[in-house]
Design a protein around this ligand. Structure first.
Ligand SMILES: [Cu+2]
Length: 121
């Protein structure tokens, strides 16, 4: 008998807690809608990955930079050009000046950052 009453109390608590959570979720939904109203483009949150091929011109490992003469990049409507990308020391490990490379990169705030790079053999 005593056991049954405890169970009933627990059940009622669970129901009221559930109701509180439901209210919170409603609130979160509203917040998300507000964010959408500020028209935040999807690519600001997750930048698009671009793919390119090119030839490594110079490497500046100390400053995390690599200059590549790359072929046209269709996803950005870029012509072929020579430009500098941000790159990590780990990514530079297998790369040398003069290498033919293929790589992925993201564009953020006018900064091109390599996310993956490998020599083309
Ligand atoms: Cu470029």
């Amino acid at each position: 008998m005593k056991f049954c009453r405890v169970k009933a109390v627990l059940f009622i608590s669970a129901v009221s807690i559930g109701a509180v959570y439901a209210d919170d979720m409603q609130g979160m939904k509203m917040d998300n809608m507000d964010m959408n109203n500020k028209s935040m483009p999807m690519q600001d949150m997750k930048p698009q990955l671009h793919h390119a091929k090119g030839v490594v011109k110079t490497i500046d490992a100390a400053n995390g930079k690599i200059t590549i003469a790359h072929e046209p990049v269709a996803t950005l409507k870029w012509p072929a050009m020579t430009m500098t990308f941000a790159i990590t020391k780990d990514q530079l490990a297998a790369i040398a000046e003069g290498n033919q490379v293929q790589f992925d990169f993201v564009m953020e705030n006018m900064q091109a950052t390599i996310t993956h790079i490998q020599p083309v053999k």
